[in-house]
Ligand binder design. Structure first.
Ligand code: MTE
Length: 306
């Protein structure tokens, strides 16, 4: 059974219209609108009544998914990513796969999509800022791409890099971050079937603000590991540097596994705000994917390897 089937049964998938009507109910109940509801991204205190049971997961609406984004190459303002990314050109686009491999290759992204036939994977996305969504991605296992380039026996990590194009991405003119955005996985994490390269969502191509034309999705890790707009994948034998662990090493580690028991230095990770919901949910170990990934970390101190 695929992880997607075992985690979220199709009976729990709600059509887009139902979400839209749920928003109308919220509006009628006196909320100024979704914008106001989403405005505060900082975690809030857990009420004694909230965050106890884990209600079923249903996908967020396309509107939520494509209008509340983290993509610092454009802006740090979640609501302004979509308008700023509207004219981003994601074609032609190549993805170079090299480093410690026997068969390095450069792919045109449309060739990748044709070759690896994206399938739907409905995953929870848990941001390190303690909000979450459920997103119906279209993608293919990263492991399939890695198999094609034939990792060398000394390859231990996979490093990813976002396009560097300050003319199209105004946020990259900011000296506050060491551009381009970089991320990485250990080889066995990268080979796990849950790790996908996503090229679409809701059955369509990826919106620019969600990382078009191709991004990583690693659902058991905090969202910042799921790097957008990938142009380079390199296999290495050393743990790769990442943008967030370079910018703020005490707050963002290499592993970044979702873990309710290890607090961020500035807030608890014990619960989260699911976009579109009013009460908080408890955060699940490995974001609810422990069965598929906990074995990767046996014997590791997850508080040290945060
Ligand atoms: N990738 C790049 N290149 N730049 C970014 O700023 N933000 C990350 C991740 N990937 C980010 C990125 C963070 S913090 C999160 S939570 C997710 O993208 C958000 O993905 P979404 O906007 O598609 O929900």
């Amino acid at each position: 059974m695929s992880p997607f089937q075992s985690n979220i049964p199709s009976s729990e998938i709600t059509p887009k219209e139902v979400f839209l009507s749920r928003r109308d109910v919220l509006k009628a109940a006196g909320f100024a609108g979704l914008g106001a509801l989403l405005a505060a991204c900082a975690p809030q205190a857990v009420s004694s009544s909230g965050a106890q049971a884990a209600p079923p997961d249903v996908p967020n609406s396309l509107e939520d998914i494509s209008n509340y984004n983290n993509y610092y190459e454009f802006t740090v303002d979640k609501a302004r990513v979509a308008p700023l990314a509207k004219d981003f050109t994601s074609r032609p686009w190549t993805v170079e796969v090299g480093g410690l491999v026997n068969n390095p290759k450069t792919y045109d992204v449309d060739e990748l999509i044709k070759k690896f036939q994206p399938e739907e994977r409905i995953y929870r996305l848990r941001c390190v800022e303690a909000w979450s969504m459920v997103i119906p991605w279209m993608g293919f296992p990263l492991a399939k791409l890695l198999a094609e380039v034939e990792p060398a026996s000394d390859a231990k990590y996979v490093a990813f890099e976002t396009i560097y194009d300050p003319d199209q991405m105004p946020g990259q003119k900011s000296p506050l971050f060491p551009w381009p955005y970089r991320e990485g996985l250990r080889m066995d994490e990268a080979m796990n079937d849950l790790a996908i390269l996503a090229t679409g969502l809701y059955g369509d191509l990826l919106p620019n603000q969600n990382g078009a034309p191709i991004r990583l999705v690693v659902p058991w890790k905090y969202g910042f590991k799921s790097i957008k707009g990938i142009v380079r994948i390199e296999l290495t034998n050393e743990e790769p540097a990442t943008l967030w662990s370079s910018a703020s090493p005490n707050e963002y580690g290499f592993y970044a596994n979702v873990n309710p028991n290890v607090s961020h230095p500035r807030w608890s990770q014990a619960s989260e705000r699911r976009i579109g919901e009013l009460t908080r949910r408890p955060t699940l170990m490995f974001n609810g994917y422990a069965e598929q990934v906990a074995h990767l970390y046996e014997g590791m101190d997850l508080a040290k390897n945060y």
